[in-house]
Design a protein around this ligand. Structure first.
Ligand code: PMT
Length: 403
């Protein structure tokens, strides 16, 4: 399905990141979207409506109580015209209004009236983002099916460092396009995705873990859900919000992950294991906080964890497709091929995590899809795009098995 001629209504709210909405608008236009802009009054303090008017080629709708004659009509017309309603940047204020049914200006009224999919890309001070009120509001939106592009962490304009930075504009545009282009080709299928790291306790305050952010797995879960699948997301401890419309099951340790996965695997059509489970755990978890010992080295004895993928692979039926990931730093293809066989997978997604833009805690990945007798290397792309390719291939493999 082509996204050409599709209409995106872009809501811009008042934050320092408002200027980045210009770039988002251009990226969407480059992909053939017709973009209409709605601004809050505060947004106009950061960027003049004329800028968006010139870039979009359409009048910009602002909080126009000054023009009561057209206001009602205008907001309903825009709400109906939207194929996607994207608010970027989205302040704590607009998120709070949306979550609590407040419609008191042009943007909040228009977004309330729309029946199109809604996506918000929050940007705000870390304290505001972390505030329980904001977090609760975000959860409410997700529960109602709103797509939330979790803000990135970094140095913020206010001088603070932490979560709250508007996600990269390319990622936001990709996510928007993915929502618009999605066909429901996975409708009727059950897809299980594992994501994120495990934590293996050493004592009551310390644990062994890894750098997995969950982004790759969450992108897979989101893509599968948008394509109509019934998605279960098994997630380790991460700081990003799960996508809308998926069943979330949490795990902490590798054993936990195995237990949860065993409960669900039998009922799935496609199982994709993007989690990064720890291969080892402490042989004994110290009951009290481990103390320093006069300069003596601390010796930790680790024992092997179960291999979740290999355990599940043993019970795989002929009508199921199991996909694994391989995070490698050397001999990437050989190691991945070894795991493909050992874990009885239909496909393994190899990422060379030494390459810039690939692997842990970034928004992009460089992956190679490896099957028993085929291999396809994909270029650098967003994790959203990579997720699309992986699921498309998994579906083809499933169709072939069931033909
Ligand atoms: O989460 P992000 O920051 O977005 O990063 C994404 C990622 C790098 C974590 C992801 O793309 C990835 O490569 N995930 C697999 C990481 C990993 O643990 O690779 P592995 O080679 O150790 O494991 C191979 C496969 O076996 C994986 O599917 C893994 O889920 C599974 N496994 C591993 C160990 C174990 N004890 N049990 C398992 O099931």
């Amino acid at each position: 399905m082509s996204s050409k001629q599709k209409c995106v209504v872009l809501g811009v709210t008042g934050g320092i990141a408002a200027y980045k909405a210009c770039e988002i608008l251009r990226l969407l236009q480059k992909r053939g979207m017709d973009v209409f802009v709605v601004m809050t009054k505060n947004a106009c303090r950061f960027v003049a409506p004329l800028t968006f008017e010139t870039l979009s080629g359409h009048p910009v709708a602002v909080d126009t109580f000054e023009r009561p004659a057209t206001w009602e009509v205008e907001h309903i017309a825009l709400a109906k015209r939207a194929d996607l309603f994207l608010i970027a940047p989205a302040t704590a204020n607009i998120i709070g209004k949306m979550a609590n049914g407040i419609a008191d200006d042009m943007l909040s009224t228009t977004v309330m009236a729309t029946r199109a999919p809604v996506m918000v890309a929050p940007a705000m001070n870390t304290g505001m983002w972390d505030n329980p009120a904001t977090q609760e509001n975000v959860k409410k939106l997700i529960a109602r099916g709103v797509h939330v592009v979790t803000p990135a962490s970094g140095h913020l304009a206010c001088g603070d460092s932490g979560a709250g930075k508007l996600e990269d504009v390319n990622v936001i545009a990709e996510r928007a396009i993915a929502v618009l282009e999605q066909e429901k080709d996975l409708a009727g299928l059950r897809v299980l995705v594992t994501a994120g790291p495990t934590r293996e306790a050493l004592d009551p305050v310390r644990y062994v873990s890894n750098r997995s952010s969950g982004k790759m797995g969450y992108a897979l879960a989101e893509n599968a859900a948008m394509r109509g699948a019934d998605v279960t997301l098994l997630t380790g401890p991460v700081s990003i919000e799960p996508p809308a419309g998926v069943t979330v099951v949490k795990f902490t340790t590798t054993q936990d992950l195995l237990d949860r996965a065993l409960e669900h695997a039998g009922s799935q059509d496609i199982l994709i294991q993007a989690a990064a489970p720890a291969d080892y755990r402490a042989e004994e978890v110290a009951p009290q906080k481990i103390k320093k010992n006069d300069g003596e080295p601390l010796v930790l004895r680790l024992v092997e964890n179960p291999d979740v993928a290999a355990t599940l692979g043993k019970a795989k039926r002929d009508d199921q497709v199991f996909v694994g990931f391989a995070a490698e730093t050397n001999d990437v293809t050989a190691h991945a091929q070894g795991k493909l066989v050992k874990k009885n997978l239909d496909m393994i997604v190899a990422n060379d995590v030494t390459r810039p833009g690939a692997g842990f805690d970034v928004d992009t990945n460089i992956v190679t899809l490896i099957e028993p007798d085929a291999m396809r290397a994909l270029p650098l792309m967003t994790k959203t795009e990579a997720a699309g390719h992986i699921l498309t291939r998994a579906k083809e493999l499933l169709d072939a098995k069931r033909a």
